[in-house]
Design a protein around this ligand. Structure first.
Ligand code: SF4
Length: 294
């Protein structure tokens, strides 16, 4: 069994990883031949990446979606028609997130990292497979995520990092470490709307109008056996849900908007919201629900 480093014994100082990344960003910006060569080598992998991501998004359970609502996963696994089509803006954003991965890997590669691209799938328990973005220096995984400006700001300001702010990403990284036997993941995230996010932060007194937002956020995620166990158990549950014609219980309140008028996460963004609330209404009307009206 591999001897895992303990928490606090990261593969290297996170500051060094930032330096490496900034060197790579500048090298690509200057048109450095080596940097552009790294990028050219990676760009050819984009169509395959897009295909694999799409395949993963449409398998149930999967490491990237395991923390999604059980009922939402059941609707998708049963191929039930969404109540509304996925907005085109989401599709563009999702594709751009994937297309940006070679850029960030080229940043790390031209900054000096030794990257092995993971073009293969790894078994991840009995029901899932893993497709990590890369293995770096033969020592740890790299996971790249594009997030909204709102999510980016939250992770910059939070004390708990990715585990607290992007639980789904954290659990996915854990499952990938389980599947590959790796002890650490370097998590790299960046905001899809840099200018707008920086500008909104500059309007806050605590940042001020000259605030320079960092272009990426890095964090070491150590392997955590308890989370892996939880995720594998959840995968068992989702796999059993999929075989059943009975819908599983929903895991959120089915509320579209918060009291301040903003869309509520996750139900406000769920393509099965109407069906989900119809199910609950039916259960209440037929007396099959624990919910009672007083
Ligand atoms: S609306 Fe909310 S509770 Fe219902 S299926 Fe979607 S995510 Fe789950």
């Amino acid at each position: 069994m591999a001897a895992y480093r303990s928490i606090g014994d990261e593969p290297s100082d996170i500051g060094e990883m930032y330096q490496l990344s900034y060197t790579g960003i500048d090298a690509i910006d200057h048109g450095d031949d080596y940097a552009l060569g790294v990028l050219a080598d990676l760009e050819g992998s984009v169509p395959e990446w897009l295909r694999v991501h799409r395949e993963m998004e449409h398998s149930f359970p999967s490491p990237s979606g395991i923390m999604r609502c059980r009922l939402q996963q059941w609707f998708d696994a049963k191929k039930m028609k969404p109540d509304q089509s996925s907005p085109r803006g989401w599709k563009v954003r999702r594709a751009m997130g994937i297309i940006s991965e070679p850029y960030w890997l080229a940043v790390l590669g031209s900054g000096g990292a030794d990257l092995a691209m993971s073009n293969k799938k790894f078994d991840c328990g009995p029901h899932m497979w893993a497709h990590p973005d890369a293995v770096m220096n033969g020592e740890f995984l790299v996971e790249i995520k594009s997030v909204s400006g709102w999510g980016y700001r939250k992770i910059l300001e939070s004390w708990g990092g990715v585990e607290m702010v992007e639980k789904g990403h954290y659990v996915q990284a854990q499952l990938y470490m389980y599947a590959t036997g790796m002890p650490w993941t370097l998590y790299l995230t960046w905001p899809a709307d840099f200018g707008q996010t920086q500008s909104s932060m500059r309007q806050k007194k605590k940042y001020g109008k000259h605030y320079e937002m960092q272009p990426l956020y890095l964090e070491w995620i150590p392997r955590n056996e308890d989370t892996i166990e939880m995720a594998l158990e959840r995968a068992e549950m989702v796999a059993a849900d999929k075989l059943s014609n009975e819908p599983p219980p929903r895991e959120f309140a089915g509320v579209e908007y918060r009291t301040d008028g903003r869309r509520a996460w996750p139900c406000g963004y769920c393509l099965h919201l109407a069906k989900c609330n119809d199910l609950i209404r039916k259960e209440v009307e037929t007396g099959e629900s624990d919910i009672t009206f007083v």
